[in-house]
Ligand binder design. Structure first.
Ligand SMILES: Nc1ncnc2c1ncn2[C@@H]1O[C@H](COP(=O)(O)OP(=O)(O)OP(=O)(O)O)[C@@H](O)[C@H]1O
Length: 221
């Protein structure tokens, strides 16, 4: 039985973390700690390693060297527990194409043991502005609508740590504003947010901490 995370453990800790794809190092010896209750803006040019870092924290990838910890738990040794605490909003949203928006959320609701999953799904679809498309199959959704549904799914999971990979991409101006509101709500509800974005202004207004990557290394922004 792994030790329970202690109350004082950082939300996220990176200990000398490196990741290599073939001969290319995407992350090189990254060490960083994000205190619980703080949110992190992750910045860097295209290819600097932001997505790779988020996927390591989400346990979708393993580090080539070093250790990733979420709330005091090792992301490799204690992968299942870390997966329960973390949700990743990414470019690939892995929605069920043949199911409707509501059904997509209800599948997750049942998996999570949510009471009245249909009511919760409808409230969340309303929250993300998809209330008029509740019964439409996802197959016909635009990129922005998919992003909205993916954030509704993340809200249903209510993770301790939310990893948001360019959440403003594909959204129209109203959608960007909605997303800012959702992120503020997540934080107010106690979720720690890691936000990777090229929209620095939005990011700075939402996050207290910043980590800037250049060629997989942390450098001053
Ligand atoms: N599956 C993969 N196979 C090989 N190389 C990869 C793979 N994924 C990422 N890379 C490489 O790792 C480096 C970091 O990529 P990553 O996607 O993490 O950057 P990023 O900062 O998220 O970029 P962007 O701002 O464009 O989303 C890049 O050099 C990229 O080419």
């Amino acid at each position: 039985m792994p030790p329970l995370p202690s109350g004082s453990a950082p939300a996220l800790a990176l200990h000398d973390v490196s990741k290599r794809y073939g001969r290319r190092w995407a992350l090189a010896r990254l060490t960083y700690a994000l205190p619980a209750g703080r949110s992190l803006l992750l910045t860097g040019h295209n290819g600097s390693g932001k997505t790779t870092l988020l996927r390591l924290v989400a346990t979708a990838l393993g580090p080539t060297a070093g250790r990733v910890e979420v709330l005091g738990r090792d992301a490799v040794q204690d992968r299942e527990a870390v997966r329960r605490d973390v949700a990743l909003l990414s470019h690939a949203s892995f929605l069920y194409e043949d199911l409707t928006a509501q059904q997509n959320l209800m599948v997750l609701g049942r998996l999570l043991g949510v009471d009245a999953p249909q009511d919760v799904a409808d409230a969340l679809l309303n929250r993300v502005g998809l209330n008029r498309r509740t019964d439409s199959p996802v197959r016909g959704f635009s990129a922005g609508m998919r992003k909205r549904l993916a954030i509704a799914r993340l809200l249903m999971k209510a993770p301790a740590l939310a990893l948001l990979d360019e959440p403003f991409g594909e959204l129209d101006p109203a959608g960007i504003q909605d997303m800012e509101g959702v992120i503020a709500e997540l934080k107010a509800g106690g979720t720690t947010v890691v936000l990777a974005t090229h929209l620095i202004e939005q990011g700075l207004s939402l996050c207290e901490e910043r980590l800037h990557l250049q060629d997989g290394r942390a450098v001053a922004a």
